[in-house]
Design a protein around this ligand. Structure first.
Ligand SMILES: O=c1ccn([C@@H]2O[C@H](COP(=O)(O)O)[C@@H](O)[C@H]2O)c(=O)[nH]1
Length: 277
C-alpha cells in the first residue's frame, strides 16, 4: 500500500510523476519473446526492470489481459507479483456496477487471497453512483480512481452536460468528494483536456489526478503542469504506447527506458519550476 505522503516523497526522490502504462498487446511485442512460456509477462518484466527508477506508478490496463482469457489473467497476476511493492500499482479496470457486484470486482483486483492480485489502486466509473463505489473503499489504504473528464473524443457526449451543480464532470467530483478524502480518492482527467484543469482544481485542490493522454494521444505535459500542478505535485501522468512500444526490436527495453527518461527529465523541470524540488 502506498499512502499519499509516500507517493509525494517518491515523486520528490525520483524527480518524476510518471506512470508507465502496461497496455501489453501480444501482437505488438518483439517476435523473439513469443518463444517464452509467458511472452506478455516477459515483456512486462523487462519494461519494469528498465523503467522502475524513473516512474512512480505502473498501470496495466485489464482489457489487454482479459482479452487473452485464462492466459491473460495469468500474465496479469505474474505482472502484479513482479511489480516493486514500493511503487504504486494501478489496475485500469474502469468498473462500475451495483454494490453486490462491485464487491466481486473489488475482490478480483484488490484481494490477494481471493484472486492472487492486490493492486494499490483501481479505476472505476462513477455512473452508477455511491453504492457502486463504496465496496472498494472497504479495502483499507487502497486508492479509488474515479473517471471524471476522460481524454476521449466522446467525453463531450455526457461529461460536459449541464447539471444543476455545474458540468456533469464537475458534479461527479463534487459528489465523490463526499464519499472519501484526498487520501483515498483520485480522479482521471485526460491530458487532452489541460485547460479544464484550472476548473477541476477548484473542486479537487488536494486530490491526485491520474492523467492519461500524453504521448500517443497528443496531450501536452507542459500544459497539464501549467494548469494542474499543486504544491504536492498532485499529478500522476501516464504514458503507455509511446514508452512500451518505443521500439519493437531486441532493444525494446532500452528504447522504453530512453523514452521514459526523456519524460522524467521534462517532469523534473516542471517540478523545479513549481518549487516542489
Ligand atoms: O480518459 C482516459 C482514461 C484512461 N485511458 C487509458 O490510459 C491509457 C493511455 O494509453 P496511451 O497509449 O498512452 O494513449 C490506456 O490504457 C487508456 O485506456 C485513457 O487513455 N484516457
Amino acid at each position: 500500500m502506498i499512502s499519499r505522503q509516500q507517493l509525494i516523497d517518491q515523486i520528490k526522490q525520483k524527480r518524476s510523476f510518471l506512470c508507465v502504462g502496461l497496455d501489453t498487446d501480444i501482437n505488438k511485442i518483439p517476435q523473439f519473446l513469443l518463444d517464452y512460456p509467458d511472452p506478455v509477462f516477459e515483456f512486462n518484466k523487462r519494461i519494469i526492470d528498465a523503467t522502475k527508477d524513473l516512474c512512480v506508478a505502473y498501470k496495466p490496463n485489464s482489457a489487454f489481459y482479459e482479452c487473452m482469457g485464462v492466459k491473460g489473467l495469468q500474465s496479469l497476476v505474474a505482472t502484479w507479483e513482479y511489480l516493486p511493492k514500493d511503487i504504486l500499482s494501478i489496475i485500469d479496470a474502469k468498473r462500475g456496477d451495483i454494490g453486490n457486484t462491485s464487491d466481486k470486482y473489488a475482490q478480483a483486483f484488490l484481494d490477494e487471497k481471493s484472486s492472487g492480485m492486490s493492486f494499490d489502486a483501481i479505476t472505476v466509473t462513477p455512473y452508477m453512483g455511491n453504492d457502486s463505489i463504496t465496496p472498494y473503499l472497504k479495502y483499507d489504504g487502497k486508492w479509488i480512481i474515479i473517471l471524471a473528464l476522460t481524454s476521449s473524443i466522446g467525453s463531450k457526449d455526457f461529461q460536459y452536460l449541464e447539471t444543476n451543480e455545474g458540468l456533469l464532470y464537475e458534479t461527479v467530483i463534487k459528489k465523490a468528494n463526499t464519499w472519501a478524502g484526498a487520501d483515498r480518492l483520485m480522479y482521471v482527467v485526460g491530458a487532452t483536456k489541460s485547460t479544464e484543469f484550472t476548473a477541476i482544481r477548484q473542486y479537487a485542490p488536494d486530490n491526485f489526478l491520474l492523467v492519461p493522454g500524453v504521448g500517443a494521444q497528443g496531450g501536452s505535459l507542459a500544459d497539464v503542469c501549467k494548469y494542474g500542478i499543486t504544491k504536492d505535485c498532485g499529478l500522476i501522468v501516464n504514458a503507455s504506447r509511446s514508452i512500451i512500444y518505443a521500439s519493437n526490436g531486441p532493444d525494446f527495453a532500452e528504447a522504453a527506458r530512453a523514452e521514459a527518461l526523456s519524460i522524467q527529465q521534462q517532469m523534473e523541470a516542471e517540478l523545479e519550476k513549481a518549487g516542489i524540488l
